[in-house]
Each structure stands twice: as C-alpha cells, then as structure tokens.
Design a binder for this molecule. Structure first.
Ligand code: NDP
Length: 497
C-alpha cells in the first residue's frame, strides 16, 4: 500500500502552522497542551496543534476588542479595506496548491476536489465580500426638510466563529469574509480535526496587511475553546456551522452570557424527489449519487433521503447503484481519486453504526455497507445504498454524515411532499420532473432554505445559503450574509432650518 509513502511526501511539501494565532503572532496555547493531527488517509499522526482553551480565548477576545476599539480596520477607508482583502484572496490563490494539500492531509477529501472546488471557492468568497465593501450603500429615510434620517449599518463588534471539518477553510471563509468586510474583528475556532488551513490563511491575511488583532485563530477542543468563545461576555456575535446538538448549546451559551447575536447552520436530512416524469433518468441518477457521495457524504446539504416514485424505483435505483459501484474509495492524494476518506475513526465508526442500524431496522442493502481499504490504516467506507427505507427508520431521520443513501418509495406527489417535509431539518430539497407546475408546486411546498429543480447543489456565492427549522437560522453567502455581521442604526438629525 502506497498511501503512507504519499502522506510522508506530502507532509514534506507543506508548511504547517500549529499554534494559536493571536494579535498577529503564532504562540503556543497557555496550557502548553497540544492535540494530534491524525490524517485519515492512513491514520498516522502528521503533526500537533495547540489545544487552546478559555485562557487563549480570553487573549484572543482582548486582542480583537482592542483592535476593534482602536479602529485601524473598522475605520479604514472602504477602498483600502477592499484592497487588503483582495490581496488576501490573491495570496490564498498563490498558495492554493499548498492549502489544497493541507486540507486533503488534514481531513481526507480527494486532492482533485480541494484543488478544484474548496480553495477556488474560498478565493471567490473573499473577493466577493471585498468587492461589496465599496458597493453597498446605506439608506436615507424620508424626513421633514429640516431633518436628516439616516439608516446605517455598523459592524457588530467582536465576532466569534465556530466552524466544522467537512469543508474546513471554505466554511470558515463564508464567516470571516463577510465579517471582515463589514469591519468586525474576528476569532475563529476551527474544528480540532481540521485546523491547519485556517491557521495558514490567517498568516496570509496578516501578510496582506490586515492589522493585528483583527483576525485571530484559536484551535482546540469545542467543549473548551468553542464553549468559552460562545460564553464570553465580550463577544458580540457567534456564528456556527456544525451539528444541531452543538448549535443548541451555542444558543444556550449566548442566553447564559450576554445575549450575543447567534447564527447557526446545522445540517440536514435533505430529500431528493424523483417523479416518474423525470426528464433525464441518467442525469438524475448521477446527480442523486453525487448528492450523497461527494465529500464521502460529509456535506450538510447531502440529499440522503432519495424519494423515488414507486413506478420507476427499481429501474432508477439500478442506475444510482451503478454510479456507486464505480466509485471505489481511493488514496485522496492520488489526483485520479474521486472518493476519499472520512474525517476520522470516530466518524467512520458512527457511519458503520448507522449502516448496521439500517439493516437491523429492516432496510435492504443494495450495495456497499463495509469499511474499505482497512490495510491502509485510514478511515474509508464504501458508497452505500439502502432500499425499502421508511421515513420512520433511524437512517431516514438522523444526519449520518457519511456515504449512505436511504431510498424511500412513494405513490403520488402529495405523499412525496408529506414524507419530504416530515423531518426536523430544512436545509435543502430537490425534485426531478418535466412538469413546470409540479416543479413550482414542490418548490413552494418544500420547507427548506435551498430547493433544486432538475439538479442538485446548484449554487453561487451570490445566493443565500442556510436552513429552515432545526437546520438553523441566518444565511451564509450573498449580500444577505452581511446582515449577520452588522447592527442597523437609525440616526435622526434635527437641523435648524
Ligand atoms: P460538532 O457540531 O460537534 O462540531 C462543529 C464545531 O463545533 C467544531 O468546531 C467543534 O469543535 C465545535 N464544538 C463542539 N462542541 C462544542 C461546544 N460544546 N461548544 C462550542 N463549540 C463546540 O460536529 P462534529 O464535528 O462532532 O460532528 C458530529 C456531527 O455533526 C456529524 O456527524 C454531522 O452530523 C454534524 N456536522 C454537521 C456539519 C454541517 O455542516 N452541518 C459539519 C460538521 C458536523 P471540535 O470539533 O474541535 O470539538
């Protein structure tokens, strides 16, 4: 098995930043403790990162507050701010190969995807919000001739961001780019499994001229560093992407402390509905498979509930299974690999546990279901499809966050809508149909923040991203994201004439 040789070579080609980044400098955690970076590619330790805790969060918040009050960033002219963020994006782009390699080493997704998707989309997000800085205006309200009514947006202040491991730098950029563009000072708490790219990105931001204290990074355990950030009395807002369970804790921390603003993106159990008048069965089957197998199923919008009209289900699932069988897990560092590792051993065991549960609750395994490439020492699971799933089964209700499709049959449109909306989540949904009326009726009936018609995952930095129900609230991406990082202020000026 070549995996370990490839890992050793790749580690030699990256600069790993491992310490907390506070006030423009790297330094060890106050406790001196570190956490192992285990690459899921072969299960080996590739480095260690600082285990930040409440004391490091205190330091980072103090640095952020000082920079915010000093105003070196907040009060900087729009065009100067824009230039620094554009330079930051250029530096990410110039170091894209290294960042892609770091991301693949740290969390196991194929290098083909980190190079062509993750890092280019980070660059796009930073550029988009940089360009917004000198293009979004405030408002003047109607007022008598001797008064001026101004409705202005001001930065919320010190923003804490707690982010996940599935698209580590990309999810982080959806938070820090709009937060910085609106003049805030920021503390990032990346997931302990995948902090390396955020640490390197913070260094590049400083090189681009972002004043010290404006972007800080404290890696560490969520229950220590993440909790301290969300409980901190001097943090004005906390934004989060991750599980619904931790999202609820974050809301609690905000309530227990200073009523800081909260925005949550908490995943889903998204339905993809295939009607018997689907316009293109091959395209739909391919999309249905990739909607779950991309990033090994570790995607919050994964279309894990595949609702297929009973009249076409057998034929359609055959096509989806053919795509699944063609996706053998492989070495994430091999540019030809399209399906890599799960993030860690815990996640792999969680997914295998759900697969066992599916079988024990009576679903029929169509393909996959096993750990793969075990001899590599890494954490791989075969693309898996269950048929005969009912919406009451655990694999139809809980977010698995792995490569598992739960196929559910339905007879008619109304039944499909009822099953689709019978979930605590509401992040995404999709329908395949030729009929414009059916498509429109579905789009208006499905309770989800993103609805796709005859596609899956169509999106852009210009469109909002976020959920209904327990998928959270607040939106990433688009100009709507700026709302989360600003307070609205009304200024009424009475003039003498
Ligand atoms: P979590 O929700 O636990 O992690 C997300 C972030 O929250 C991480 O940075 C984590 O830190 C942090 N965190 C954990 N506990 C706390 C806490 N008490 N206070 C503040 N921050 C905290 O997700 P996991 O990584 O554990 O994954 C578990 C499940 O969550 C997955 O199987 C999946 O279902 C879901 N998930 C959903 C994601 C999405 O995009 N919607 C993304 C990731 C996971 P740390 O990891 O360092 O402890």
């Amino acid at each position: 098995m070549m995996f370990s040789e490839n890992v050793a070579q790749a580690v030699g080609r990256v600069s790993m930043r491992s310490e907390t980044f506070i006030n423009g400098r790297f330094r060890p955690a106050r406790s001196g403790e570190t956490l192992a970076c285990i690459t899921p590619i072969d299960g080996s330790e590739i480095g260690r990162i600082s285990a930040g805790d409440a004391r490091d969060i205190d330091d980072a918040v103090a640095a952020a507050r000082t920079s915010f009050e000093a105003g070196h960033w907040r009060k900087m002219g729009p065009r100067d701010k824009r230039k620094i963020l554009l330079d930051f994006a250029d530096k990410i782009e110039a170091n894209a190969d290294e960042l892609a390699l770091l991301e693949t080493l740290d969390m196991g997704k194929p290098i083909a995807h980190t190079k062509s998707v993750d890092i280019p989309l980070v660059v796009q997000a930073i550029r988009y919000y940089a360009e917004a800085i000198d293009k979004v205006n405030d408002e003047l309200g109607p007022a008598p001739h001797n008064a001026v009514s101004m409705i202005v947006r001001e930065p919320v202040g010190v923003v804490g961001a707690v982010t996940p491991w599935n698209f580590p730098l990309l999810m982080a950029s959806w938070k820090f780019a709009p937060a910085l563009a609106t003049g805030n000072s920021v503390i990032m708490k990346p997931a302990e499994q995948a902090s390396l790219t955020m640490l390197r990105a913070a260094e590049l931001a400083a090189e681009a001229g972002l004043p010290e204290g404006v972007l800080n990074v404290v890696p560490g355990d969520g229950a220590a560093a993440g909790k301290a950030l969300a409980l901190h009395m001097d943090v004005d807002s906390v934004v989060f992407t991750g599980s619904t369970a931790v999202g609820k804790l974050i809301m609690g921390y905000a309530a227990q402390s200073n009523l800081k603003r909260v925005a949550l993106e908490c995943g889903g159990k998204s339905p993809q509905i295939v009607m018997e008048d689907c316009p293109d069965f091959d395209a739909a089957a391919n999309a249905a498979a990739w909607a779950v197998f991309y990033d090994q199923g570790q995607v919050c919008t994964a279309g894990t509930r595949l609702l297929v009209q009973n009249s076409i289900k057998a034929e359609f699932l055959k096509k989806v299974a053919a795509v699944a069988k063609g996706l053998a897990p492989g070495d994430p560092l091999d540019p030809a690999t399209q399906f890599g590792a799960l993030v860690d051993e815990t996640q792999m065991n969680t997914v295998l546990g759900y697969i066992e549960k599916g079988a024990s609750e009576g679903a029929t395994l169509v393909c996959g279901g096993e750990r793969a490439l075990g001899q590599s020492g890494g954490f791989y699971v075969q693309p898996t499809i269950f048929d005969g799933v009912t919406n009451k089964m655990t694999i139809a209700r809980e977010e698995i966050f792995g490569p598992v499709i739960s196929a559910i049959g339905f007879d008619n449109f109304d039944q499909a809508m009822m099953i689709a909306n019978d979930t605590i989540y509401g992040l995404a949904a999709g329908i395949w149909t030729k009929d414009l009326n059916t498509a429109h009726r579905a789009a208006r009936t499905l309770r989800a923040g993103n609805v796709w018609v005859n596609c899956w995952d169509g999106s852009d930095i210009t469109t909002p991203f976020g959920g209904f129900k327990q998928s959270g609230f607040g939106r990433d991406r688009s100009l709507h994201a700026l709302d989360k990082y600003t307070e609205l202020k009304t200024i009424w000026m009475q003039l003498s004439s």
